[in-house]
Design a protein around this ligand. Structure first.
Ligand code: NAD
Ligand code: IPM
Ligand code: MN
Length: 352
């Protein structure tokens, strides 16, 4: 799976670089760190600063000491950053810089039906998002009258993400949906599609289907349970993962893991959520499940990763929820309270 073999520190434990980032990152990440500490007490945590708040305060979005902390880590737990829509000279969205500089070429974004009232059962899909190219090479030029963006697709990056998608499908329900828009972007999406279908030939045991991204958006809303692994270029993966998150209970529930050459980086799919930041009501489940992915997939600590996911599921199953989720009013909890319930479950203490 990951080409990144977990590095073991001299103490024999894994070291996690913790970047809260901006907005609700400061609320959901501490809950995830506490849960990690509880399920895997040997872990070491190294806090590091990065993001828009850091840029405004220090004039740099990712300080040198943060790069040093990342270099010395086996994994990264990342909250969220703010990325303003207007141009801010000198600022680049931190998460993109991290993905690209650490060559984290894959972004795994699963959606699973949670034990919540009123939600559709039977959804279990995994978006495998190419993370390094497409429109995300961020090469644009223009003036007030016209603007152009460069979209880069290479055989190498397409083959590497396709292989990962088919490998992952082998361990799941053995189906990959290749999403593209090759009917319009014949060269770029055409290459992504062609390479994915070439790779598919090496996996005769895995069913490969292709789907145009507009139809995909419809089927994802209409019949999400028909998908297993969804292989997509960068921007489509960004958009489709927010759409898919609805079946998992919304953005507050959607985890992700970035994999590649550098240390695995776990991050919720959601952003810094300025509309709710500072209120203590952000849903920590996306961050908790991202931490579970970091353990299970990123660090190969499967037992602890599964246990953490089981704890989150148990607390949700008992009806506890942050206000973004449906449920009984009497069981509405804050970010920190949800985190404490997960830790109590993990410690085997009375919690319900
Ligand atoms: P967002 O994901 O921050 O929020 C979208 C909506 O979902 C908001 O209504 C928010 O309150 C809700 N939401 C998100 N996470 C939640 C949680 N954990 N619990 C409860 N509700 C939650 O997207 P946005 O508002 O479009 O973007 C805000 C900022 O975040 C922007 O600057 C954007 O660029 C940035 N962003 C960063 C990341 C990242 O760091 N990976 C991802 C997406 C957006
Ligand atoms: C995500 C985010 C980022 C992306 C932004 C903040 C740059 O939306 O992680 O989904 O577009 O990849
Ligand atoms: Mn996004």
């Amino acid at each position: 799976m990951s080409r990144h073999a977990p590095r073991v520190t001299r103490h024999g434990s894994n070291r996690i670089c913790v970047i809260e980032g901006d907005g609700i990152g400061h609320e959901v990440v501490p809950a995830a760190v506490e849960a990690l500490r509880t399920v895997a007490p040997d872990l070491e945590f190294v806090p590091a600063e990065a993001g828009f708040e850091c840029f405004e305060k220090r004039g740099v979005a990712i300080p040198e000491e943060t790069w040093a902390a990342i270099d010395a880590s086996d994994g990264i737990l990342f909250g969220a950053i703010s990325a303003p829509s207007e141009d801010v000279p000198g600022y680049e969205p931190v998460i993109l810089t991290l993905r690209q500089r650490l060559r984290l070429y894959a972004n795994l974004r699963p959606t699973v039906s949670p034990p919540l009232p009123g939600l559709r059962r039977g959804v279990d899909l995994l978006i495998v998002r190419e993370n390094t190219e497409g429109l995300y090479v961020r090469t644009e030029w223009g003036d007030e009258g016209s603007a152009v963006a460069l979209r880069v697709i290479t055989r190498e990056a397409s083959a590497r993400i396709a292989r990962l998608a088919f490998e992952l499908a082998r361990k799941r329900r053995k189906k990959v949906t290749v999403v593209h828009k090759a009917n319009v972007m014949r060269k770029t999406c055409g290459l992504f599609r062609a390479v994915a279908l070439e790779v598919a030939r090496d996996y005769p045991d895995v069913e490969a289907e292709e789907m145009l991204v507009d139809a995909m958006a419809m089927w994802l809303a209409k019949a999400p349970e028909r998908f297993d692994v969804v292989l997509t270029p960068n921007l489509f993966g960004d958009i489709l993962s927010d759409e898919a998150s609805v079946w998992g209970g919304g953005l507050g529930m959607a985890p992700s893991l970035n994999l590649g050459d550098g240390p695995p980086l776990a991050e919720p799919v959601h952003g810094s959520a300025p509309d709710i930041a500072g209120k203590g009501i952000a849903n920590p489940v996306a961050a908790l499940l991202s931490a579970a992915m970091l353990l299970e997939v990123g660090l190969g600590r499967e037992r602890e990763g599964k246990r953490l996911r089981e704890a989150v599921w148990a607390v949700l199953g008992a009806g506890y929820h942050t206000p973004d989720l449906p449920g009984e009013e009497g069981k509405t909890v804050t970010t920190a309270e949800f985190g404490k319930l997960v830790c109590a479950y993990l410690r085997g203490e009375p919690w319900g």
